[in-house]
Design a binder for this molecule. Structure first.
Ligand SMILES: NC(=O)c1ccc[n+]([C@@H]2O[C@H](COP(=O)([O-])OP(=O)(O)OC[C@H]3O[C@@H](n4cnc5c(N)ncnc54)[C@H](O)[C@@H]3O)[C@@H](O)[C@H]2O)c1
Length: 256
């Protein structure tokens, strides 16, 4: 009788432990480290986490400037350039991912880009924690934790860009080179004349209508590009671009 009671108590305890483990939320740090090891295949993920954490913990979520990520992006996990294979984009993320796959490197293929793409995080004054709820939206304040990270990461990615660089722009937008976009505000201005030889704009449209290479916003792009960097523009429909990149996947020959 005693043994049966003891068994029941032990079984009860085991169920409680399992239930608690099942509802225990996975911390942002655990997901970060797991993605760092599996997606980015890095071997120094604890060091990367620690530099990432220093940028935002114990900070008001609207007072994290892009420079807060300097140490992380310049020293601990700087983006590694891939000459003639770097791809930028604006307002056309899904197509850019399809085109780049296996052939071009986007910011979201870098160590930090792959770990943080799609994630939201912020800190709080007086707390050592990283939060994922209650963080301000992208446009809520200028220096928000997430926006500042992507601004700083984009600047670092553009600064190391080398050789022939390509950008996919949305030809169905009235201003494919949108002055408020990260590409216009940060990346174009960050290309270095001694590293980047040319910028090819691929203007991607759903069908034959839509903007073409004479679009006024592209004049602004050319004005902002440093002298010495050759400007090339080509209009393509989304289906032409996808068909060609799929056909060229093995050789990675450019479609523009
Ligand atoms: N997740 C990423 O990979 C990422 C995010 C930001 C910037 N970038 C870099 O900058 C360029 C793209 O940025 P862009 O501004 O030119 O194009 P974009 O306007 O399409 O914005 C790019 C991304 O920024 C975020 N974003 C922008 N405005 C937002 C808003 N109002 N609310 C919530 N999220 C918002 C979204 O994640 C969006 O997919 C690329 O060349 C890339 O290198 C990459």
């Amino acid at each position: 009788m005693m043994d049966r009671c003891r068994c029941c108590v032990l079984a009860g305890c085991a169920i409680i432990v399992l239930a608690v483990a099942a509802v225990e939320p996975v911390s942002f740090k655990d997901t970060f480290i797991k993605d760092c090891e599996t997606k980015a295949k890095s071997t120094h993920c604890e060091e990367v986490w620690s530099a990432f954490e220093q940028a935002h913990v114990n900070q008001d979520h609207c007072q994290v400037p892009p420079e807060a990520y300097d140490h992380l992006l310049l020293s601990v996990a700087p983006p590694q350039p891939n000459e003639n294979r770097m791809l930028f984009w604006s307002e056309i993320k899904a197509v850019a991912h399809q085109v780049a796959k296996g052939c071009y490197q986007m910011l979201s293929d870098t160590l930090l880009g792959s770990v943080l793409d799609g994630k939201v995080w912020c800190g709080k004054k007086g707390s050592k924690e990283t939060f994922t709820v209650g963080c301000p939206g992208w446009s809520f304040c200028v220096n928000n934790t997430v926006k500042s990270f992507w601004s700083r990461a984009s600047a670092a990615f553009a600064a190391v860009a080398k050789g022939k660089v390509v950008v996919l722009l949305n030809g169905d937008s009235p201003t494919p080179f949108n002055p408020t976009s990260v590409f216009a505000r940060i990346e174009v201005l960050g290309f270095k004349r001694d590293r980047v030889t040319s910028l090819t704009v691929v203007l991607v449209t759903k069908n034959e209508v839509g903007a073409n290479c004479t679009n006024a916003s592209l004049d602004n792009l050319q004005d902002q590009l440093k002298t010495g960097i050759t400007y090339i523009c080509k209009k393509m429909t989304e289906s032409q671009l996808i068909e060609c990149t799929d056909a060229n996947r093995k050789t990675c020959e450019a479609c523009w």
